[in-house]
Design a protein. Sequence first.
Length: 407
Amino acid sequence: MSLALAEPTVLVRGRWTAAVVLANVGVFAAFLGPIQVLLAKQSEAVAADNKEFVFGLVTGIGAAVSVVANPVAGAVSDRTASRFGRRVPWVLGGALGGAAGLLVLSGASAVAVMVVGWCLVQLFCNALLAAITAAVPDRVPKLQRGVVGGWVALAQTLGALVGVGLATLVGGVGFGYIACAGFLLLSVVPYVLKSGDQRLPEKPPLVWQEFVKSFWVSPRRYPDFGWAWLTRFLLNLGNGLGTLYLFFYLQDAVEYGDPGTGVLILTAIYSLCVILTAVSSGSWSDRLGRRKVFVTWAGVVMAGGALVLAVRPTWTAAVIGAVILGIGFGVYLSVDFALLTEVLPSARDRAKDLGVINIANSLPQVIAPAIAAPVVKLFGGYPVLYALAAAITLAGAVLVNKVRSVA
């Protein structure tokens, strides 16, 4: 069997983990700087009276692109027989294309141009994400995946912090996009140069009918994969409902004077709490050999954080909510990632299968605006929105116990 398809047994070194983490920080900065601050500000500048609709339209269409881009790019990555390995070409190409999309957004003054730019970012950055995510089960043995998953979880949080920081501090929406693009390009350099990515001995034959059918992973045949997918979908939908309109929540419900700075402060607090819990909980999970109990309690804690925001739309409550959500999300991200890598059906299709899992990350971005906008406008406002987020999150926390093959 090719080394690219074998179950890894050699522990990875800190240098390799750092390169993977940095690339993840870059891609999540490219995603979350715009989502949390830049696109909201741009929507308000383009259509002040209809900012929620424009923001939801742009992010929703972009998320629809990501639903397709991530698994398709992952599947093609699995079949890439480049001399540089299966993942490196997609990491580099994704960074270049994602940076180009951010540059389009930097000069956008119309909704159509915003949609084009954000779709480019989602298309290419999801190709990058599919490849860099698959690098973990490619190279990391199971007994190390909790702690590596913890570091990867930190990458998402640090990416949010870096992205929001760049979006807020460099001065102006256009320069914010340019800064995110530059950081994205720099972030992938260590992995591209030093990944040690294993190459396939030959390019697998591509039969289009089989290729298309491969994206359906039967929950009847692979029930644990199906339950893991549903759990991640619900937890990400709850999280998406809670964070998508944070800028407008601070502006309109909390009446915070500078909502952009407020988002940055809350993101920093949230990030610190994730940092304090992610790696330690992943390592603890590795030692105990258990995953589900961590995911369940993480979801319960996250639901509690959303309820705080629902009950008390004040700045103090927002800070408390950020602390609670950060603690829960840090545990969830690290341990759930390790759980997911243990229910993948095939080593040959790791990136494709993780791409299907990543639909559970991106599909909520399509659905959340369609739910959040009418709830905020017509059905009770932000208290109802955050109560709904808590209920959905709690459902995901309970259903993870349907996974049978992982303790």
